[in-house]
Structures are given as structure tokens and as C-alpha cells.
Design a protein around this ligand. Structure first.
Ligand code: ADP
Ligand code: MG
Length: 232
């Protein structure tokens, strides 16, 4: 999967977002964990694909017209077996096509271990480089805007400092009996993105925005479960 080819393919199809599977491939190349998965175009292919993945499965639509997949019913989490995956591919395709969306296919992936959801974003500022955003996921980013920013490249120390600036920081330490999240694994992920030789530093100038929402930080390990690379 060549990034330059993907950028051109996206431009041709009028989309500004690169395929999620490609974005995750680029992350894995830099040592960032993402759920194992594959792209399929039919219920039959979906049945085959689950054969080499571990249940439960997550199904996501691949569509140039769908930006926030779950808002449109384009994400199903926790499918148990090949029958459920195949059935949901058929249902999801019909639902989205009836709503007027193009459906290119589906991403089937493994369920990431549960944990605290974190958001990592980056926007290219002309003449400056990438500005990286870090925040707590869900209502914390959407309602409370509990986020903090740094100009890249960032170091491990910067990430630890940024986490300290979040009002909801204590959620990572475990509250109300929840286990503590693996903050070291989170720091690894953020440095692999925004560090001196991280993903951002190695992207071509066409890529102007990166959204990792969410990064799930479990008691052991952290994984990027949704990744968007946006081109200019
Ligand atoms: P979108 O942001 O486009 O709606 P996501 O890919 O972020 O779609 O999926 C929506 C939500 O589903 C995520 O915020 C996350 O809570 C959950 N999710 C998605 N993929 C996985 C996965 N592989 N493992 C665990 N949870 C997932
Ligand atoms: Mg998301």
C-alpha cells in the first residue's frame, strides 16, 4: 500500500480522507498497535476473513461519503461469529445505500482490549509544522473540550506534561475501582506519532490532518482503533 498512490486515488474519487486500513498500516509500520483486520466487499468475503481473526469482531463501513461512521450506523462492535458478520454486512450495506451513501466495502477487525479512550489529533500549520492535540475521548473532548496542544516534534517528557494538563487526567489512574491505564504505552503511541522521527515527520506534504479517535489505553497496552489521514 503506497501512500502516494492512495493520495492520488483519493483525489480522483473526490475524497479528502485516505482509507482507514491504509492509515492503520502506516501506524503499524511505526510500531503503533492497531487491531488486526482486513477489508472485504461481500458477506462471503466477510465469512472467510473472520477465519484468521479472533472473535469478537468489529465491522466498519468503508465509504467516501461517510465521515463519522457510527453516527450513521456504520460501526458494529462485538459481533460473535461469521454468521453475525455476514448478516451485518448485508444489513449495513442496505441501510447506508438507502441513506444515499456509496459503499466501497467493509473493514472487519478484532476488538481492542477495553480501556480509557484518548484522542490524538494533528493539523499541519503552514510554516510551522504539525500542531498535536491530546485529550480524553468521548464527552471529554466533545463536550468539555478537555484537550491540550503542542508544536511537533514532541518528546516523552512533553507527552507526560500534556497529560498533566488534562482536567480528566485522573481517569487514567483508575477511578471507582477501574484499573489504571497503561500510560507508558500511551506515551509510546504519542511519541511514535509526533516525535522527531514519528509518523507526522514522515508524511508527505499532501497530508494536512491526522485524527486518531479513539486510542484505547488498556491496563496493559494501547491501540489506535480509528485513524483518519486527511489530504489538502
Ligand atoms: P467513527 O469515529 O467514524 O464513528 P470508530 O472507528 O471510531 O468510528 O468507531 C466508533 C467507536 O467504536 C469507537 O469510538 C470505539 O469506541 C469503538 N470501536 C471501533 N473499533 C473498535 C475496535 N477495533 N475495538 C474496540 N472498540 C472499537
Ligand atoms: Mg472514531
Amino acid at each position: 500500500a503506497d501512500l502516494g498512490t492512495a493520495v492520488e486515488a483519493a483525489r480522483r474519487s473526490g475524497s479528502r480522507v485516505l482509507p482507514e486500513l491504509l492509515a492503520k498500516h502506516l501506524l503499524r509500520e511505526r510500531g503503533v498497535p492497531t487491531p488486526r483486520g482486513t477489508a472485504v466487499v461481500s458477506p462471503e468475503e466477510g465469512r472467510t476473513a473472520v477465519g484468521w481473526l479472533t472473535a469478537p469482531y468489529v465491522l466498519k463501513v468503508i465509504s467516501p461519503t461517510v465521515v463519522h461512521k457510527s453516527d450513521l450506523g456504520g460501526v458494529r462492535v462485538g459481533l460473535a461469529d461469521a454468521d453475525e458478520v455476514a448478516g451485518e454486512i448485508t444489513a449495513m450495506e442496505q441501510r447506508l445505500q438507502e441513506a444515499g451513501h456509496d459503499v466501497d466495502g467493509f473493514l472487519i477487525e478484532e476488538l481492542a482490549p477495553a480501556g480509557q479512550e484518548i484522542v490524538v489529533g494533528a493539523v499541519r500549520e503552514p510554516g510551522l509544522g504539525f500542531v498535536l492535540m491530546l485529550g480524553l475521548g468521548g464527552v471529554f473532548v466533545e463536550v468539555l473540550r478537555d484537550v491540550t496542544f503542542r508544536l511537533c516534534p514532541i518528546t516523552r517528557g512533553d507527552v507526560v506534561e500534556m497529560l498533566g494538563e488534562l482536567r480528566g487526567r485522573s481517569l487514567l489512574d483508575g477511578v471507582r475501582g477501574a484499573p489504571a491505564a497503561d500510560v507508558d504505552a500511551l506515551v509510546d503511541v504519542v511519541v511514535a506519532i509526533g516525535g522527531a522521527d514519528g509518523l507526522l515527520a514522515n508524511l508527505p506534504p499532501d497530508v494536512v490532518e491526522v485524527d486518531l479517535n479513539p486510542v484505547i489505553v488498556a491496563p496493559r497496552g494501547a491501540a489506535v482503533v480509528d485513524a483518519r489521514l486527511v489530504i489538502s
